[in-house]
Design a binder for this molecule. Structure first.
Ligand SMILES: *Cc1c(COP(=O)(O)O)cnc(C)c1O
Length: 398
């Protein structure tokens, strides 16, 4: 990732189709559009590639998470379990519906710890939202069994792991619903965009209506459509969808490059005995979007991250201090800062995160460094990078 590194004539052709017809809207204008339905074609291609019955393409990954929760009836006062290590979109989507984000520890997979999930379940819990961070997945088998026992929704955030699999199934298709982001820095990009996938017809039709003002999309005339429930505008434009349509057809090409580059980096770093790698749950295959490893302690991880940056090895992240991805820096959530009043349920049920103890998460995230695997690297560039990284790390460990 990211997919923009390899833009080609394929993306240009799809975008030009849309500009030639002049129809930038995904619905209606049938007579003008010269047969081009890019959002619809992207949904078809995505559903096929992800081996599910339905896909709904929308304006962003954050929108996709919000719509997925809404489509399953999650609302005010419902608790949704999410990890301490994710992107801020996780709690934003939950709070947008008046639901309550319940933060839970991650383990050495860098994703939800199933034992911690079980302990966090209350009578208000309605959903579990694992986030497959940095190209690898949560233990979906364990989480599915917990969800079945407690009748909870399993919603996979696969925004950073498109193309990975669990027990042979594409990530996003294992739970009740799955979400992707096609924002500018993701493996498949539209500029801005996202998608919901599911095999559940009701969730799908709810998502379809909800993302377009509650319109039921029955009949040809938009003015005559019904609106069975309240919705919003989370539509994607045809221009964005056109880019995504070209990109999704290149997913396997991108995954092969990611895997090649990842393996070169990993094989070199494996020669350093003090380093260990994130655990991939049994049955899982990563998308190879990042290589994530652990140093022996927090101090060393910070040192390694700083030294890599100073020596010009770009694209390595120290999430522990990152204010988008780790709970320690989410001061807006911790201090319940909102522009208007928060829903009563959120105020009453939201744990006081300023007093929370996530020592287990701190242990793993504090020792972790994650390196983005770029698509644009040539084989010899990765080899040089790997050697340089290994030397920097070895020198620091001496
Ligand atoms: C990118 C991302 C999102 C949100 O996607 P946007 O399209 O940027 O709104 C959600 N979750 C994760 C894990 C992400 O990486």
């Amino acid at each position: 990732m990211p997919g923009f590194e390899l833009f080609s004539d394929k993306e240009r052709k799809e975008v030009n189709d849309v500009l030639d017809s002049g129809v930038l809207m995904r619905y209606g204008f049938d007579a003008m559009r010269k047969g081009h339905w890019k959002a619809l074609a992207l949904e078809k291609a995505l559903a096929e590639r992800m081996e599910v019955n339905y896909a709904q393409v929308v304006s962003s990954g954050t929108a996709a998470l919000t719509i997925a929760l809404a489509s399953a009836g999650i609302g005010a006062g419902d608790e949704v379990i999410m990890p301490t290590f994710t992107f801020v979109a996780s709690f934003e989507s939950i709070l947008a519906l008046g639901a309550v984000p319940i933060l839970v520890n991650v383990d050495d997979t860098l994703t939800l710890d199933p034992k911690a999930v079980e302990q966090a379940i209350t009578k208000s819990t309605k959903a579990v939202m694992p986030v497959h961070m940095c190209g690898s997945m949560a233990d979906l088998r364990a989480l599915k069994s917990i969800c079945q026992d407690h009748r909870l929704l399993l919603l996979e955030d696969a925004c950073q792991a498109i193309g990975g699999t669990f027990e042979g199934k594409p990530l996003g298709s294992y739970g009740d619903l799955g979400c992707f982001s096609f924002d500018y820095v993701k493996t498949i990009t539209c500029g801005e965009g996202g998608a919901i996938i599911t095999n559940n017809e009701k969730y799908y039709s709810n998502a379809d209506h909800y993302s377009d003002h509650g319109h039921d999309h029955i009949g040809k005339d938009r003015g005559a459509e019904g609106h069975p429930f309240l919705g919003y505008n989370f539509r994607i434009s045809e221009l964005h969808a056109a880019v995504g349509l070209a990109q999704i057809q290149r997913l396997d090409e991108f995954l092969a490059i990611q895997k090649r580059n990842y393996l070169i980096l990993r094989e070199t770093l494996e020669s350093i005995p003090e380093i260990s790698f994130r655990r991939v749950p049994r049955g899982g295959e990563e998308s190879y979007a990042f290589l994530s490893f652990f140093l022996p302690n927090v101090k060393m991880a910070k040192k390694v991250h700083t030294a890599l940056g100073e020596e010009g090895v770009d694209g390595c992240f120290y999430w522990f201090d990152n204010n988008w991805h780790y709970y320690r820096e989410w001061e807006h959530l911790i201090h319940k800062k909102s522009l208007g009043k928060l829903p009563k349920e959120v105020h009453e049920q939201l744990p006081d995160y300023s007093k929370s103890n996530f020592a287990q998460s701190d242990e793993w995230i504090g020792r972790n460094v994650s390196c983005l695997i770029k698509l644009g690297w040539t084989e010899s560039e990765v080899q040089d990078k790997a050697k340089k990284m290994a030397k920097i790390i070895r020198d620091l460990l001496k």
